[in-house]
Write a new protein. Structure first.
Length: 364
């Protein structure tokens, strides 16, 4: 017996609708072309750590697993995992004492972690006097292993403006342009090239700059006769520099105010280590491409197998793994109950032209 016409029409409409939904919602993430960014994720990524904040992450390989460090209330937070997708387990905070020249009991910002000359070095930004209400300088601590207690190198900061009320730093930002705010420095990031060590960092205030200085082989002081130089400048906020050598040099930075969903991660390329005047930034991570709120503070990890991973934070709300809504915003020093910066991770691919694109997320 044949179906009535109206029933057949309704059936075909349901089939067509199901096909459309399948094609638009269930498609897997595809690599970006060489001429454009990665397409928007079809499912909002799942954070790797969200029950507590894990902002401005830096992640390293340790044995067969991973260890991450992050901004902390009065210390450096740490977590470890056997694989990128987790589960991630808390570790004790990084150090028990602070350098004598810091303002005690303040937040410790945006650490970086690296193995140098057989020991582990932790670079981080701490509050000091003399460089504004939130001004910070860069300190170094050392440990034989990244999961034990670090000992701060107390003698003096590694990087700190001369006007700060601290012992004279190894890098005092000599010849710093008068047009820059006389504030502090944050976001240390170590880069290696041909056996040499370099430290990148951001100058606080706006306009903001990313600077770099060559370090001694120890990684704890500036190399003899070396001074920091400006790489890039913005009339707004750029921060969290990470430098990667790939068909030249690729610089990743975060752009904008960290406390809203428009915060984003960008990249730019230069054929020269020191000359970035002709480079133009392009967006890698933002709300439109990921569905996340303020994806930034990124760190790029090249694994022992040659793969590239990217770890970063994004805001979640309502004490849940759900990204905050588009209108979310916090101000400096003000918290919103139930909101925090969660840890995300993804594969980072490269086109034949050497351009980065976002691959599949871990844990999703």
């Amino acid at each position: 017996m044949s179906r009535p016409r109206t029933a057949r029409t309704a059936l075909w409409a349901a089939v067509v609708l199901a096909c459309v939904l399948t094609s638009t919602v269930m498609l897997p993430r595809q690599p970006a072309s060489s001429s454009g960014p990665a397409p928007r994720a079809d499912v909002v990524p799942t954070p790797l750590i969200w029950e507590r904040g894990f902002a401005d992450p830096a992640v390293v390989e340790v044995g067969d697993g991973l260890l991450g460090v992050a901004t902390g209330a009065r210390n450096v937070g740490r977590a470890s995992a056997a694989r990128p997708g987790g589960p991630w387990s808390d570790l004790p905070v990084a150090f028990e004492v602070e350098p004598s020249w810091v303002v005690p009991g303040q937040q410790v910002w945006a650490p970086d972690l690296a193995r140098v000359d057989g020991r582990w070095l932790l670079y981080y930004a701490v509050r000091v006097e003399g460089v504004g209400a939130t001004g910070r300088c860069i300190a170094v601590a050392e440990a034989p292993s990244p999961d034990v207690t670090f000992t701060p190198l107390d003698e003096r900061p590694l990087v700190c403006p001369a006007r700060a009320t601290t012992p004279t730093a190894s890098d005092t930002l000599w010849a710093r342009a008068r047009s820059l705010p006389q504030q502090g420095v944050i976001d240390p990031s170590l880069f290696r090239r041909r056996g040499r060590l370099y430290l990148l960092y951001r100058t606080q205030g706006v306009p903001s700059t990313i600077r770099m200085v060559r370090l001694a082989a120890s990684g704890t002081r500036v190399a003899p006769r070396q001074r920091s130089r400006e790489l890039v400048r913005s009339p707004g906020i750029i921060e969290n520099p990470v430098l990667v050598q790939r068909r030249g040099f690729v610089l990743f930075t975060s752009e904008g105010w960290f406390g809203h969903c428009r915060y984003r991660t960008r990249w730019q390329r230069s054929g020269s280590l020191w000359d970035w005047g002709e480079s133009r930034p392009r967006v890698l991570l933002d709300r439109a491409s990921t569905g996340l709120c303020g994806p930034g503070g990124a760190d790029v990890l090249r694994t022992s197998t040659g793969a590239t991973r990217i770890f970063f934070h994004g805001w979640v709300c309502k004490d849940s793994p759900t990204p905050c809504p588009a209108g979310f915003r916090i101000e400096e020093g003000v918290s919103k109950p139930g909101s925090r910066r969660a840890l995300y991770g993804a594969r980072l691919g490269w086109t034949r032209a050497g351009r980065p694109y976002l691959g599949r997320f871990f844990g999703s």
